[in-house]
Design a protein around this ligand. Structure first.
Ligand SMILES: [Zn+2]
Length: 174
């Protein structure tokens, strides 16, 4: 019977490990802008909601700005936080808008992402923790980083319109 007992112990351990593995990991990051799921749903399109609040990924070459080369700003579609400047955008060939550097310390935060059995670094908006994409260490100079973003998480403000009042900008104060 002994081997059976051991088998039971091993299977139990595997079960517990499996449960732990599938638990959503608690984030150490604190959102400064907090809304309920219903509020986010009301604010966003279904695709924007799926990507930013449910950590989805849009299909490559489908986002509105993957190939945009115009000067301007890229802001968080959820909270309007300034994330990237078009001057740091480059053609990564991936079909997702890619940048080598965020605008400031206040733009994005990163976290380890172990989904799909891969260790990747997730990039989120520092203000509202919207999922933006991932960062990889195969980008161009000067940083060597590639912020691979979902266009659905970004709102592009062409330089010609920067400073103009956009009525659709959500009020960041809860
Ligand atoms: Zn945000």
């Amino acid at each position: 019977m002994r081997p059976l007992v051991w088998m039971g112990v091993i299977l139990s351990c595997a079960g517990v490990m499996g449960l732990l593995w599938n638990q959503p990991r608690r984030s150490a990051l604190q959102a400064r802008i907090v809304k309920t799921e219903a509020e986010w749903k009301a604010l966003l399109t279904p695709e924007q909601y799926r990507v930013t609040r449910k950590k989805g990924t849009e299909r490559a070459f489908t986002g509105h700005c993957w190939d945009t080369k115009e000067a301007g700003q890229y802001r968080c579609v959820c909270c309007d936080n300034l994330l990237f400047d078009a001057g740091t955008k480059f053609d990564s060939g991936t079909g997702w808008p890619s940048f080598f550097q965020p605008v400031s310390e206040e733009s994005v935060a990163t976290e380890s992402d172990w989904s799909f059995f891969m260790r990747r670094t997730e990039v989120v908006c520092k203000q509202c923790l919207a999922h933006l994409g991932h960062v990889f260490e195969d980008g161009p100079a000067p940083t060597g980083l590639r912020y691979c973003m979902n266009a659905a998480a970004l709102r592009f403000i062409p330089a010609t319109k920067a400073g103009a009042v956009d009525e659709k900008i959500p009020d960041p104060t809860p």
